[in-house]
Each structure stands twice: as C-alpha cells, then as structure tokens.
Ligand binder design. Structure first.
Ligand SMILES: [Zn+2]
Length: 290
C-alpha cells in the first residue's frame, strides 16, 4: 500500500512500507493467512502470527509478534474467542489498526459440554470459509479500494474452489459405513465439520486445548470406542498425541492418521493450503474408517 508520509504517520511503520507497495496483512493463524493469500495474491504480503503446527488456544506471543502487528496495514482474526492474546497486541499497536474478524456474520456453534462458549473452529464447514473469504476481500477493499476488482475476481475464483471442495467432502464421507462414521480426535475442533458433513465427532478435550482433561472423560471415550468397535482414532498436528495413543492402546482402534485442526501444513506442500489440508484430513479419515 503506498502511504504518503504525513502527520499521522508513525515512524515505526515506515520501515515496512518503504520496502514494498504491497499491503502487509497479518493473520492470527495459518488457515486465515492462506485465505488472505488467495484473495490478496500479488497485492499482499501475508504473515501468520501462529506458525505451522502451533496451537492458537494456548499461544504465548513471541517478543517479535507485537512488532509484526505494528508494521502491518491490516490484521485478520478468527474471533469466536480463539485468540485471547491478539487484542492486547492490537491495542499496543496504537489501536488504529484495521482489524477484520473473519467470522463476522456467522453464528457460532456453542459448547454444550462447557459454559456455552462459542466454538471457534468454524473453518471446518467449507460454507463458512466462503464467508471468511468475503470478509477478507471486504477488508482488503476497504484499505485498498483501487484494487477492488482484482480482489473481487480472486474472491469469485476462490469461492468456486470452495464449492467443489464442499461437494467432494460430502461425497467422500458418504463412502464410510455408517457404523464407523465417527471422528475421535484430541480436541473438539471438528464439530462444524461433523454438522456439515454428517459424521459424528468426539474430542477428548473440549473446544479449547486450555481445558483440563478429566480421567472420567478419558475413560468414557475409551468405553465409547470399544462399544462402537471403531477402527481408528485420530491425532492432530497442533496437539500432543499422548492421550489419543493411550486410547488406541486400550481399544481395537488404530491411530488412523494425523489431522490438521488449528493449523495447516508446511508452505510449499499440498497440505500447506487450507484446501489441501482439508483434503488430507478427509482422505485420512475415509481411508482409516472404510
Ligand atoms: Zn482448536
């Protein structure tokens, strides 16, 4: 973004701005960062605060994170109580950042097991991600109206890809025999996925990895896996696998594979995009439960 030097300009921001004409966009998690890349393409330099494989629920900001926010033009956050740590950084940046909550306009599922907290993992219903993409485009257009058409074209293209992903997931999940259509994972990241694609989901831990795991919950889940005679349970790239391995060792269920929950994969790999990570998840689940 070209910014004319003027009164309100903070010197701290100048270093980034003079380097390039691109919009500097910071997202809290890799999933949102990938959506920003798809809509912003060449006009945007996109960074994620939580890197690949990092758990955003329990994230402790690095000393360099506030600087990243200060040097940005726009900040994209998930909302639904995922990123407790971001508001302080935005305030610290002077409070004048354009902040876009990408879940705006969506209704959260709530945590019935807990205190009715919003479930932040809305990105596992692909229809919701169309809304994420709309909000990303809206934010970019707001701060860079000269490239409105560019962002709108990219949005249209990306929405079509999401539509075909959505249809493909439905097809794939339907190939799992109904008695095995249960997704057991470390934490409750897949409730939107379950609702959208007709698969029962059970996480050992609640919707946040901050929640305590009770021995009782572990025992109940083991009983459930035995009772359903499930073939597989799943671990997640951003969560410690230990307890799921215990469930596997005490039942007939194998570890069916590793899923991307709150982070996508490494940049440059097929799983390094939101769409690629979801495809990996679906293929892993289908292969392990069929
Ligand atoms: Zn999570």
């Amino acid at each position: 973004m070209s910014v004319l030097p003027g009164c309100g300009d903070k010197t701290s921001e100048d270093s980034t701005k003079t380097k390039s004409d691109k919009i500097v966009a910071v997202s809290t998690i890799t999933i949102i960062n990938d959506i920003v890349k798809n809509i912003g393409k060449d006009k945007v330099e996109a960074y994620s605060i939580c890197g690949v494989g990092i758990d955003p629920h329990t994230y402790h900001p690095k000393p360099s994170d506030p600087r990243m926010v200060v040097n940005s033009d726009i900040v994209f956050i998930n909302g639904f109580a995922l990123e407790h740590w971001i508001e302080e950084m935005i305030r610290g940046a002077g409070g004048s950042k354009t902040e876009v909550v990408v879940t705006e306009g969506l209704t959260p599922m709530t945590d019935e097991k807990g205190f009715g907290d919003p479930d932040p993992h809305a990105w596992f219903d692909v229809t919701n991600v169309k809304k994420y993409a709309d909000n990303v485009a809206k934010g970019l257009i707001e701060i860079d109206p000269g490239n409105k058409e560019y962002y709108e074209t990219n949005l249209k293209e990306y929405r079509l890809k999401l539509d075909s992903l959505d249809a493909w997931i439905k097809e794939q999940i339907n190939t799992i025999p109904e008695s095995q259509r249960v997704l057991i994972t470390s934490h409750d990241a897949f409730r939107y996925f379950g609702r959208a694609y007709n698969i029962e989901v059970k996480g050992l831990q609640g919707i946040s990895t901050e929640a305590k795991i009770r021995t009782e919950d572990l025992k109940n889940l083991i009983d459930y896996v035995k009772q359903k005679d499930l073939k597989s349970v799943f671990i997640e790239t951003s969560v410690n696998p230990k307890l799921l391995e215990q469930i596997s060792s005490e039942t007939n269920a194998k570890i069916g594979g590793t899923l991307y929950s709150d982070s996508i994969g490494n940049e440059g790999t097929p799983e390094g995009t939101y769409i690629g990570a979801v495809k990996h998840n679906v293929n892993t689940v289908v292969n392990a439960l069929k």
